[in-house]
Write a new protein. Sequence first.
Length: 463
Amino acid sequence: MPNYTTSYSTKPRKPHHRRPATGDQLPSARRRAQRRPGAQYLHHSQGFGRRTSGRRPRRCDARRPYAIIAVACAALLFIASVVWYLNRGVTVSLNGSDVSVRINSSVQQLIDDNQLSYRAGDLLAVDDTVLEKRGGERYSVKVDDEQIDNDDLSSTTLTGGEAIEIGNGRDEYEEHEVIATEIQPTLTVKGTGAIQYVQTWGVPGRSEVWVGSVSGKTADRGVVQEVQDCVVRATSVSPDEGSYVALTFDEGPSSYTEQIVSILEEKGVGATFFLQGDRSEEHQAAARAIADAGFELGSNSYSDTDLTALSGDDLRSQITRGFDAVKDVSGVETSLLRAPYGLFSESSWSEAMDLVSAVVSWNLDSGDYLLPGAGSVVDTVMGSVANGNIILLTDNETTGAQTVEALPQLIDSLQAQGFTLVSLSDLIATDSELAEELDVSRVSMPDDAALPQVKKDTADQDA
């Protein structure tokens, strides 16, 4: 049984001395002082006193219903705001007048809500005769100047600010089979000069014959898309101001190439090297030396072959292998081509224009390949040089020694006459009109373009 005690004892009390109470002791402190050590006493919460029904409710428990109501009201207000926002009205222009519509409502809802009524178009046979009155388009609808198909009216939504035009429906043709014929673009080369590039890319045209599924009629609809013919422009550089020429080297690299590079670096001038693919593979260190020195690189085709004597895959292979060889040995990607002997015909253009950015020949031939001697090479150039010239020099095993001897004299003489010696790209940059049209670093053939056909001469057509 629990060792409870009461507030009194049945045993006689032993005499003891009681500590006198002081004025600063509270009653509870005095009671605690009277309790015997080791005894267990009952408290009010254990069945005595006034607290017989458990704990008193806390004040926060009394406020809980009000908090729940406040949260619920806030949630309802948020939901109402979202619903309003998703269903708010916006203004659109309908045939020139402002009207209010619910946001994200469809064009079809706009037509229905405003009770718009227009005359439907007719259903036509392929030869333009009427098969069914009012059997065509119900409405003609444009949203921000874009024609909307009637099947898309219910899925085309409005968010506010759109300009909508609705009118009578257009005539529609019966379902029909289309027999299309592509019209190939033709090629024209315009102008003269050392630089040739595609000025206008050829885009195929289209003619159609329709066979009606309902009427069974056949109709020649003629040209439904006009062809865009291709134009290759030939031109020369005309610097806007100043005097500039470009030094260019063919048929390299060779065992003399690194000496040529050193001379150019020492003189502080620019140049462009057109490398032959097979010789680049043979003299890889020389090709890398050109690239490391920062000089411009182009291709002189893969081998010393007349490209006008090739066609089809053979022509394209010569060009692509030449570009690939330059990239493989130097790390420089190029699409700039100098055809061997400067020969690149209209047929060559029509079959390979998608491979090249420009085909560059020259307008001042040094004649060094004839081995006239270094002094004669310098005299030939200086006797004919003009502003904007592209000067042809040769870098091969036969002419290399002569080129190395002539080059310092040639550079000094040109600079003495006030010419700045630059690369081909830098020369083009001096002509603002040409620079705006031509970027020799890349091929710019559009996705919808096609290789053109060469126009046949009248004599060929008659034959």
